[in-house]
Design a protein around this ligand. Sequence first.
Ligand code: ATP
Length: 473
Amino acid sequence: MKIELPREVDYIINELIEHGYEAYAVGGCIRDSILGKEPEDWDITTSAKPSEVKKIFRRTVDTGIQHGTVTVMLDKRGYEVTTYRIDGEYEDNRHPQNVEFTVDLSEDLKRRDFTINAMAYNKQKGLVDIFNGLCDLQEGIIRCVGSAAERFDEDALRILRAIRFSAQLGFEIEGETLKAVTEKAAKLQFISAERIRAELNKLILSPHPDKLIDTYKAGITKVVLPELDAMMETQQNSPHHIYNVGIHTIKALEQVGHQKELWENGTDKQKQNMDNKSQNDGMNFNQKELLILHWAILLHDVEKPGCKVSGPEGDHFYGHAEKGAETARNILRRLKFDNETIDTVYRLVRWHDYRFALTPQGMRRAVNKIGNDIMDLLFELKTADILAQNPEERKEKFENLAQAKLRLKDIRAKNECVNLKMLKINGRDLIDMGFKPGRSMGETLERLLEQVLENPLLNEKQTLLDMARQYKN
Ligand code: ATP
């Protein structure tokens, strides 16, 4: 096992040691390094007090000085340096009443959540692993440091973090820790929406979104996402489906997850293939879009439980997309997401069931209704949805989707007009022509767009001006 500290981290640790203090890289960065993954950030823990850290380094930012954290800036990048600390008594299952600085590393490691997150390293002393984190890491186990029940009483977010790490790493949760997860799940009600959101995001983006089943079984979603419980408890008796709504949803999430896993663990060659594939399919999403896609998948059938109607020929879920979009919006508002995420997920859920009319006109109308900006995400959502349905019904659905993709590609290649913005005339032109600003002008533009969606050749300024003149008279 070799831990390679980045030059800057090594420099900060050495400076602190040279000034007579202890210092180590600690927590997630050590866990990830041992697993051979690139850590997202490097946290440093030290016996130096914040004021002492500030004296040693030229550029620092007081990030959380009352908790002992100073950010050291090197080459525009920040490195968090936190003084060894003991968390005092916890109030309300989330906040220590006070924190106390210490010069004992083991005290600092003791306050950390899981054994795999409680290891420290520097070049001089090597790995400091007083809770056997390395062994748990090698065996794939999530285990609390000390008594799991007590650790969850102190900070209930750890309950959800246990499952999030098991999903990210593909680990099992150790028996006592798992027992406490279930016993203490209700305490998550005391945790802020923002902290819960961050954990749920990581869980659904992980290679194992199926661990959502564990959150359901443990009573976690009952508190943080009760809508999933309703989905897990709704059967769908239909030739399209072989799973209940909840399992179908999780299977759909797994379809995107599989591609992500390839990204994370694949060889360069595989990655290159993925890259070509994703570009060919227009599946070239950034982190924010990926998150939006995952939430849209998670919530696409959220209102199936509320819309279920059972008849002799099976179950129907009329109106679940419209109603589901509203519910998805409420859930994401409750979790304090930003407006862009909320609106985009709303639109994706709203249109996830849309059946494309596979004519050029039909497709232009669809893009106009749904929005060109979310079409690639919608195709991805539909693909995942189909893959989680009855495989016997899949072929026709995929052929249909492939046709729709081709039509969209064609529309884009020809830069055909699909919305008012792309129309070759605008309100200004109509005013110049003598129109009065107001409703009828808007209606005229809509009428022109209707015509252009039918026949893109009409999207010429002069043609449209002539048409508008006729509408005016
Ligand atoms: P990731 O970056 O994937 O979230 P991480 O382990 O770096 O993983 P952070 O939330 O950045 O997670 O926390 C850094 C370290 O701080 C953890 O590895 C752990 O040692 C400790 N830690 C974080 N949150 C808690 C908590 N709620 N209770 C106890 N220790 C925690």
